[in-house]
Design a protein around this ligand. Structure first.
Ligand code: NAI
Ligand code: MG
Length: 499
């Protein structure tokens, strides 16, 4: 049995898993990297190394893609009956649910997020998307068409799996991001090579065990741990990959696009954001304060849809800023495995330095700090929930995605909706937004006018497997979840027969 020195609060089974020798999952086998290399995994609450995982590189990518290619071209998965594929995905969901506590512990240990939140959000949402997509397997269908070409014809479409899919995911919701990618691709009958984020590989490695146990045929899902350049880049460029689905920074999204150009593989991208939360004077103030605080501080602001630009009508600006600052000051920042933690450390030393750098740059550019503004200790990657005022476009903190618990508040004065829409839309991103008002007409007008893939009214960060999620503008291409995501993993074939 492994010692619990990594953290005495985790269960023996999780400690055993973390400290066991980790392997890549390729062609239904657990294998070391071809080079034998490994890299360290850190606990962000302490900065200490907790284990090592294989460092996949080109040769491992080649092995994984070959396995996925074989599984797609001649294996059973795309040929299984739709209901059998659905049953296996349902089994995956059941198995994840059975290991809910262990997954929540792994997310907390590896990413830093509160265990209590991973337990009620990350893991249940992961289970949901597998069940939701299990339901879709039997409902993916083409259409028939009354065509007008001279003669007598029968025309219909077939919806077929796109083939071998490469998936590259980030660290902010390690398990959930894997599920958002894997569940629809598998429902459509694709085979997959997924590269986990180097900062948070543990829950994805545990998922490999679940797929194995669920009876997924070899090569249908291949799971790699490795760095972006070493493993992600050769995967995105691989000529035997038919499609690449990426979630991460806009900068790397652009590299993925270039890498995909070689064989013109299909691409979907879920990228950054700088989402506005707009509070109108008729909003329920207490509700708006709690809601807009949660919009930025949930998951430590490490959400692509974080409400990082807070626009408040001048009539209630002071009251809302004071309220959000008070919430910020009351959040218990502590290691994620501490049951009283409401906010854990940021994911990595790199992210910690980056976020503190943004706060410093904001202050340097003239922002006023009304809450937080610093690290909380010298131990671990903890940053105080931070509220900045006196900010304006042109400042880095307003224009760029911080991906940390930092919100920039700005008053607006116009009753004219067009003026606030212009400010809210003044960003290269278009992922999400929230509107806080009791006025139906304002709610609908603003929802229509926002250039964003998701608009929440009197709420923020509400996700469901049935709802499409994705970005306008430089926030990405395509949608995750809902019926919509199936388009990412299907080709459409038109068949016409002369009668
Ligand atoms: P990143 O975009 O570098 O990493 C995301 C994934 O892409 C990881 O699996 C990484 O290994 C992989 N990757 C990196 N370079 C690659 C390449 N050349 N080819 C193929 N794959 C590659 O994001 P990172 O460095 O972790 O975070 C940087 C910033 O990105 C964050 O501060 C945040 O602003 C943004 N970000 C946005 C996310 C989102 O959900 N939209 C998630 C994570 C980060
Ligand atoms: Mg990076």
């Amino acid at each position: 049995m492994a010692t619990l020195t990594i953290d005495p609060r985790i269960s023996h089974s999780t400690a055993d898993f973390v400290t066991a020798g980790h392997k890549l999952y390729i062609d239904g086998k657990f294998l070391s990297a071809a080079s034998g290399k490994t890299f360290p995994v850190y606990n962000p609450a302490t900065g200490e190394v907790i284990t090592h995982v294989p460092e996949a590189e080109s040769e491992d990518v080649n092995r994984a893609v070959s396995a996925a290619r074989r599984a797609f071209d001649s294996g059973p998965w795309p040929r299984l009956s739709a209901s059998e594929r659905g049953r296996i995905l349902w089994r995956v969901a059941d198995l994840i649910e059975q290991h809910l506590e262990e997954f929540a512990e792994l997310e907390s240990l590896d990413n830093g997020k509160p265990y209590t939140i991973a337990r009620i959000a990350d893991v249940p949402l992961t289970v949901d998307i597998f069940r939701y997509m299990a339901g879709w397997t039997t409902k993916i269908a083409g259409k028939t068409f009354p065509i007008s070409f001279p003669g007598d014809f029968h025309s219909y479409t077939l919806r077929e799996p796109i083939g071998v899919v490469a998936q590259i995911i980030p660290w902010n919701f390690p398990l959930l991001m894997a599920a958002w990618k894997l569940a629809p691709a598998l429902a459509c009958g694709c085979t997959v090579v997924i590269k986990l984020a180097e900062q948070t590989p543990l829950s994805g490695l545990k998922l490999a065990q679940i797929f194995d146990e669920a009876g997924l045929p070899p090569g249908v899902v291949n799971i790699l741990t490795g760095y972006g350049e070493g493993a992600g880049a050769p995967l995105a460029a691989h000529n035997d990959v038919d499609k690449v689905a990426f979630t991460g920074s806009t900068e790397v999204g652009k590299l993925i696009l270039k890498a995909a150009a070689g064989n013109l593989k299909k691409v979907t991208l879920e990228l950054g954001g700088k989402s506005p939360a707009i509070v109108f004077p008729d909003a329920r103030i207490d509700h708006a304060i709690q809601g807009t605080a949660s919009a930025i501080f949930f998951n430590h602001g490490q959400c692509c849809c974080a409400g990082s630009r807070l626009f408040v009508h001048e009539k209630i600006y002071d009251q809302v800023v004071e309220g959000v600052s008070k919430v910020a000051g009351s959040i218990k920042v502590a290691p994620g495995l501490d049951p009283s933690s409401q906010m854990g450390p940021l994911v990595s030393d790199e992210q910690y330095r980056k976020v503190l750098g943004y706060i410093e740059s904001g202050i340097h550019d003239g922002a006023r700090v009304t809450a937080g503004g610093a690290k909380t200790s010298d131990h671990g990657y903890f940053v105080q929930p931070t509220v900045l005022t006196n900010t304006h476009p042109g400042m880095k903190v307003v224009d760029e995605e911080i991906f940390g618990p930092v919100v920039c508040a700005t008053p607006f004065s116009d009753a004219d909706i067009e003026a606030i829409l212009k400010q809210a839309n003044d960003t290269i991103y278009g992922l999400a937004a929230s509107v806080w008002t009791e006025n139906l007409s304002i709610a609908h007008k603003v929802s229509r006018g926002l250039r964003a893939g998701t608009v929440w009214v009197n709420c923020h960060n509400v996700f469901d497997a049935a709802l499409p999620f994705g970005g306008y503008k430089q926030s990405g291409w395509g949608r995750e979840m809902g019926e919509e995501v199936l388009n990412n993993y299907l080709e459409t074939k038109a068949v016409t027969m002369a009668l």
